[in-house]
Design a protein around this ligand. Structure first.
Ligand SMILES: C[S@@+](CC[C@H](N)C(=O)[O-])C[C@H]1O[C@@H](n2cnc3c(N)ncnc32)[C@H](O)[C@@H]1O
Length: 212
C-alpha cells in the first residue's frame, strides 16, 4: 500500500524511463501476485544513488525475485562492474531471481545466498558502497550496527518501508514490525555517524550516508 496518494505515485512512476522487458515482466508479476517489490520510482532512486556514488559493491538483505537487485546490478554494471549480493531465505525466489537476472545479462554481477539475511551478511567481508535492507521489519534494528561496520565512509544505507503505510504514526500500533521501524529510524536519525532522510516515495525509503 502506498503512503502517497495513488495519483502522486502514478505520476512519480510515470517519470521513470521505460524499463527493460524482463523488468516489466517482474513488475507485471508483482502486480498480479501482490508481491511487494520496491516499484519503479523507488527502484530509480536506488539506481540513481548507486550511479551517483559510483557503487561497485552492494549488499541486499531480504531480496525477492530479483527486481530491486536488478536496479542495483544495472547501476554497478554501468559503473564498470562489481558485485551485488542477493539474499533471501526462500530457495524458489532465489532461483527465480537467477533466471530474471541472467535474462538481463546481469548474472556475472549478482551473487546468490539462500538463508537468513543478517546471518549471511555477518560472514560476508566488506566494505560495501551500498547496503539495502528489506527484511521482515522486526529485524531492521539488528541490521543497523552491522551495516555501519560493513559500509565504507561515504557509503549509503537504505531501508525500505520506513513509513509502513502510515502505521508508524499510529501510536496504538505497538506491533513488533512497526516498533522495529520506529527503533531503526531513531537509531539512524539520532546518530552523528549518519546523515539520514526518509523519502516518502512509495512506502518510504530511508537514505543514510555514513559520515564517520
Ligand atoms: C519485501 S520482499 C523483497 C522485495 C525486493 N526488495 C524487491 O523490491 O524486489 C522481502 C523478501 O525477503 C524475505 N525475508 C524477510 N526477512 C528475511 C530475513 N531475515 N532473511 C532472509 N529473507 C528474508 C521475505 O520472505 C521476502 O521474500
Amino acid at each position: 500500500m502506498n503512503f502517497l496518494s495513488p495519483q502522486t505515485s502514478e505520476y512519480l512512476n510515470s517519470l521513470v524511463p521505460p524499463r527493460p522487458a524482463e523488468m516489466q515482466k517482474m513488475e507485471a508479476r508483482a502486480a498480479r501476485d501482490g508481491f511487494p517489490i520496491i516499484g519503479p520510482a523507488c527502484g530509480q532512486i536506488c539506481y540513481q544513488i548507486a550511479r551517483m556514488i559510483g557503487a561497485r559493491r552492494v549488499y541486499e538483505l531480504g531480496s525477492g525475485f530479483g527486481y530491486s537487485t536488478a536496479w542495483f546490478a544495472m547501476a554497478v554494471q554501468e559503473n564498470g562492474g562489481g558485485e551485488v549480493h542477493h539474499t533471501v531465505w526462500d530457495e524458489t525466489l532465489s532461483t527465480q531471481a537467477k533466471e530474471h537476472l541472467a535474462a538481463m545479462g546481469l548474472d556475472e554481477i549478482v551473487h546468490y545466498t539462500v538463508g537468513e539475511a543478517v546471518a549471511a551478511f555477518k560472514v560476508t567481508e566488506g566494505p560495501f558502497d551500498i547496503i539495502f535492507c528489506d527484511i521482515d521489519k522486526e529485524g531492521y534494528p539488528n541490521a543497523v550496527d552491522l551495516a555501519y561496520e560493513k559500509l565504507r565512509t561515504g557509503g549509503v544505507l537504505l531501508f525500505d518501508n520506513m513509513l509502513w503505510s502510515g502505521k508508524i504514526l499510529d501510536e496504538s500500533d505497538q506491533s513488533a514490525a512497526t516498533q522495529g521501524i520506529r527503533e531503526t529510524t531513531g537509531m539512524l536519525a539520532s546518530s552523528d555517524k549518519w546523515i539520514t532522510s526518509v523519502l516518502p516515495i512509495r512506502d518510504g525509503l530511508s537514505v543514510s550516508v555514513k559520515v564517520k
